[in-house]
Design a protein around this ligand. Structure first.
Ligand code: HEC
Ligand code: HEC
Length: 331
């Protein structure tokens, strides 16, 4: 199909999706992500020079006021682009209050953050830099700081022309790097492509449970195992999630369905890091969640056997296709 038409249809679907309740609009089949579906700003793929610039920025601690933190501190490639902690710690030593999500396949993400408060990756990237609880770095100070480094001054100008080092270009470069964190060749994808021995028998049973008895696919669907929507699955605690963002109390305690590719790498899990491993996540679903107040109708006790719990964990393990990032030499 022509790319323009495909995008139009995609936008129409995204526009009507929230109007339909989940039992009217059934889920997307699980599949392998298609790089042709990535929506680049200005409809153009990023140049390698732009990606390299973004990668350098991602690892540079100059982005935090006291030069102690880079994006990679909390989104560490060796920890599934997360930080291994229940909730992150900011540059000033304070708790951030939420778990650092992995960054795989964000190129297809529609809304960013657990509560979906940012839409584009460009917009998202500037948030943690300025947030007092995170990198605590006013952009009005960061721009001159970067501009005084000859590598940045030259490279920004080479990539973006006369606008050089600016707030917008900073967001663009980091987003360009993030769009390259693509995982699309897991054992599951090889299995879908016809290699029936790519997944273990246990993982295959787990896939069937995921799509049927356990109902996981009702929310974790499509190529990235997310419906890009918000649900209250009954995690305990006072975080109101999506509700306050859209000023709609019926959405209190709903959070964005996280994508599950490479999910074995980024423990602990949930917006508050309350589940320490994938087995405990499956046990959480098996008992029908913890806080039943306002819980999504799709979350009910599942009556899975021990074998079935192991099979679901094995299936999530078959979504593993790590992304290796060469750490840049910092200027
Ligand atoms: C102090 C730790 C910390 C630092 C530093 C940090 N992040 Fe995050 N990041 C988080 C946490 C925690 C969240 C979830 C916050 C929320 O949802 O409210 C998050 C969310 C995100 C998301 C949303 C992902 C999704 O699936 O919705 C992206 C993208 C992201 N960060 C990129 C970055 C970039 C780029 C930088 C550097 C400019 C950065 N982060 C710096 C902790 C951090
Ligand atoms: C009603 C929608 C829904 C269903 C059904 C569902 N999930 Fe989730 N899942 C979510 C949401 C929303 C979150 C994040 C919740 C939070 O942090 O409070 C989540 C979180 C997760 C996480 C943690 C990911 C991370 O990065 O922290 C895993 C793993 C997971 N689900 C697997 C499953 C499995 C396995 C099943 C089936 C047994 C399932 N989910 C069923 C919506 C759903």
């Amino acid at each position: 199909m022509k790319k323009g038409l495909k995008h139009l249809i995609y936008h129409l679907i995204v526009a009507v999706m929230p109007l339909l309740s989940s039992n009217v609009f059934s889920f997307e089949p699980l599949s392998t992500p298609d790089p042709d579906d990535i929506e680049f700003p200005d409809d153009e793929a990023h140049s390698q020079a732009e990606v390299n610039l973004g990668r350098t920025l991602f690892f540079d601690t100059r982005l935090s006021l006291n030069k102690t933190q880079s994006c990679a501190t909390c989104h560490n490639p060796d920890l599934g682009f997360s930080d291994g902690m229940e909730t992150s710690i900011g540059a000033m030593g304070n708790r951030v209050g939420r778990n650092a999500p992995h960054l795989y396949n964000l190129a297809w993400n529609i809304l960013q953050f657990w509560d979906g408060r940012a839409s584009s990756l460009e917009e998202q990237a500037l948030g943690p830099i300025e947030a007092a609880g995170e990198m605590n770095m006013p952009l009005s100070e960061l721009i001159p700081r970067l501009d005084s480094v000859s590598y940045y001054k030259e490279t920004f100008t080479k990539v973006y022309g006369r606008s050089g080092v600016s707030k917008e270009n900073l967001g663009r470069a980091i987003a360009a790097f993030e769009r390259t964190l693509i995982s699309d060749n897991a054992p599951f994808d090889q299995y879908l492509a016809g290699n029936k021995s790519a997944m273990s028998p246990s993982a295959i049973r787990g896939m069937n449970l995921f799509e049927d008895k356990a109902g996981c696919v009702e929310c974790h669907d499509g190529a990235n195992f997310t419906d890009n929507s918000f649900h209250n699955i009954g995690v305990k605690g006072g975080d109101l999630g999506r509700g306050p963002i859209v000023n709609d109390s019926t959405l209190n305690k709903t959070f964005k369905t996280p994508g599950l590719r490479n999910i074995t790498l980024s423990a602990p899990y949930m917006h508050d890091g309350s589940e320490k491993n994938l087995e405990s996540v499956v046990r959480f679903y098996n008992r029908g969640g913890d806080d039943k107040n306002g819980i999504d109708a799709l979350i009910k006790p599942l009556e899975l056997s021990e074998q079935e719990i192991n099979d679901l964990v094995a299936f999530m393990g078959a979504l593993l296709d790590p992304v290796f990032v060469v750490r840049p030499k910092l200027p």
